[in-house]
Design a protein around this ligand. Sequence first.
Ligand SMILES: Nc1ncnc2c1ncn2[C@@H]1O[C@H](COP(=O)(O)OP(=O)(O)OP(=O)(O)O)[C@@H](O)[C@H]1O
Ligand SMILES: [Mg+2]
Length: 219
Amino acid sequence: MKLIADKVGYQYFRKDKKLLFELQETSFEAKEGKITEIVGHSGSGKSTLLNICAGLLTPSSGKIIAGDTSLYDLSDEARSKFRNKNIGIIPQGQSVLKHLTVTENILLPVSMYGIEYSVELLDELIEKLGLKKLAGESAGGLSGGEMRRVAIARALVGKPEIILADEPTGDLDSDNRKLVLTSLKEIADAGAAVLMVTHDKEAEEYADEILRMDGGRLI
Ligand SMILES: Nc1ncnc2c1ncn2[C@@H]1O[C@H](COP(=O)(O)OP(=O)(O)OP(=O)(O)O)[C@@H](O)[C@H]1O
Ligand SMILES: [Mg+2]
């Protein structure tokens, strides 16, 4: 499923209503079977753009089209459902729920909306991302890198057709970085559209297309 950003813009305002940051009209496509990367300085608007693509932040203008669906023309509920079924999100910040186990965290989006998943894929992801020993443990005790790997397994277990990854290799060592990048590459090769924000030079080698953001503008 292709993801199209069509002239999306966004403004953050300060409490006194002064403009704090503007994402300027941005258009691009993340194609099926490809890894599209967004690079750029801190604060240039990469996460803002990714959150808009994910259906999590309503743009001030423009459209996001995933497959045949215009995300922000859906009701909130329909959009959440669509997102959970079709879009796997690896957020930049910490996103695991600490009172759930590792496995429960991984299955959270699929169980929430009754989306089908295969136990084989679940086991494969747990194994591949080095989480086997931790599967039944509470996520509260995990290291930052382990939490990140849980978030990655969670984004992939429902076999989404679009993957949005915000610095997926952020707090990982070199072995785990490679593992995550190869996993994303495999998913793209299987036909998913992967859109990844990164500062990781190594990640750029995996990109089919690189987009640069500078000061809220895609260049
Ligand atoms: N909720 C918010 N309210 C106000 N301003 C915000 C909010 N979120 C982000 N911003 C501002 O918008 C700008 C872009 O933020 P964004 O998180 O998209 O940057 P980024 O490119 O992802 O940066 P980084 O590489 O550090 O993650 C920043 O200047 C930030 O301070
Ligand atoms: Mg960011």
